[in-house]
Design a protein around this ligand. Structure first.
Ligand SMILES: O=C(O)CCC(=O)C(=O)O
Ligand SMILES: [Fe+2]
Length: 367
């Protein structure tokens, strides 16, 4: 007879989820990256490592090669990405293969479950140019040359429609992702990121409380439509034994705790969130619309990044949103993206607001 799996009883579902995440720490002490030349892009969102020293910042420079070669630096970088939502490097020569290693290791040092690997996008067909675990980001096709995009249609969509977090239709979505735009238009095609922590912190306390008890359905309907049009199945298994099935649909908490920082963030996005489970459909529509607008309209929780040759962006999909800028008409814009699979999203009622946590740390330092 096959052995029967027995679930170990744990205190609460949240404790069980956290235990899986906390189990791996790999015994590495994080390095101090503040000794390297860098600046914060905005008070809440984005940190950029310098590639040239400036008069006012003579700290040594940090390259992504040095990070990749040093576990202590990788661990610290993961922490920084989780705190700042997105981190940028300039002049970062990095191959698609190294992009995969980078996000997988950031996830591992953040304690992701052992069976979470790299995402295989539902529309990445076998035999794709850089292998299964690299998504080609292009303004001419969707992940694979077969899924052609109509540039004119894309350009007509309002920019704010593009805000999303990656692959939240998966049961186990992404922790870290990296992107390099390798074919650049002369101008245009900037990418914006926003902090999900700051989006949460900007809500009034009664709204924060109200949202904390709710869950939402996420669905990758657009990808299913593309697959149907070409009569292909969506890919399985997609980086976790739990990321299987053709429906690309799941339910996640509306407020999510990031296990690395312990901070609460807003976790619904216009790209994939369809409805809030506990509400009537008209209530859900109104509240989701408000929350999407809250992210897109507060440009002071965002950073806008202009790509240069060899720019690298690394973000934490659990605690950020991003949006490409659809202002490139005739030029080709193309890049490579690697997406690590993290943990199943959870909301820990004892987790903290970013602002409150930073304020209490500053107060105890001053005391
Ligand atoms: O093309 C971009 O700027 C961003 C594309 C995107 O959403 C991604 O790489 O996940
Ligand atoms: Fe994305």
């Amino acid at each position: 007879m096959a052995p029967v799996a027995v679930a170990t009883p744990t205190a609460t579902p949240v404790e069980a989820l956290k235990a899986g995440v906390d189990a791996l720490n790999l015994g590495v002490e994080a390095a101090d990256l503040s000794v390297y030349g860098q600046f914060d892009n905005t008070p809440s969102t984005g940190t950029e490592f310098r590639s040239v020293p400036t008069k006012s910042d003579s700290r040594p420079l940090l390259t992504i090669k040095e990070v990749l070669a040093d576990d202590a630096k990788l661990k610290a970088l993961g922490r920084l990405v989780s705190e700042r939502a997105v981190v940028f490097f300039r002049d970062a020569e990095i191959t698609p293969e190294e992009q995969k290693v980078l996000v997988d290791k950031l996830g591992k040092f953040g304690g992701k479950p052992a069976d979470s690997t790299l995402h295989i996008h539902p529309l990445t067909l076998p035999g794709s140019q850089h292998g299964d675990e690299i998504s080609i980001i292009s303004n001419e096709f969707l992940f694979d040359g077969k899924f052609k995009l109509d540039k004119k249609v894309i350009a007509r969509v309002r920019g704010a429609q593009h805000w999303h977090s990656d692959i939240t239709f998966e049961n186990v979505p992404s922790d870290y992702a990296s992107l390099v735009i390798r074919t650049l238009p002369e101008v245009g095609g900037d990418t914006l990121w926003a902090s999900a922590y700051e989006a949460y912190d900007r809500l009034s306390a009664p709204t924060q409380k109200y949202l904390e008890g709710l869950t939402a359905v996420h669905k990758g309907q657009g990808f299913i439509d593309f697959a149907n049009k070409l009569k292909v199945e969506v890919r399985e298994h997609r980086g976790s034994p739990q990321n299987v099935g053709q429906d690309l649909e799941t339910v996640h908490p509306v407020i999510r705790t990031n296990p690395v920082t312990g901070w609460k963030g807003l976790f619904v996005n216009r790209g994939f969130t369809k409805r809030i489970v506990e509400l009537s459909s008209s209530e859900s529509d109104a509240i989701l619309e408000f929350l999407y607008d809250h992210v897109a309209a507060n440009h002071d929780i965002q950073v806008r990044f202009r790509w240069e040759p060899n720019s690298l962006a690394i973000w934490d999909n659990r605690s950020s949103f991003h949006a490409p800028t659809p202002d490139v008409d005739s030029a080709t814009r193309e890049g490579t993206r690697s997406v690590s699979i993290g943990e199943r999203p959870y909301f820990d009622p004892n987790s903290k607001s970013r602002r409150a946590d930073l304020a209490s740390k500053a107060a105890s330092k001053a005391a």
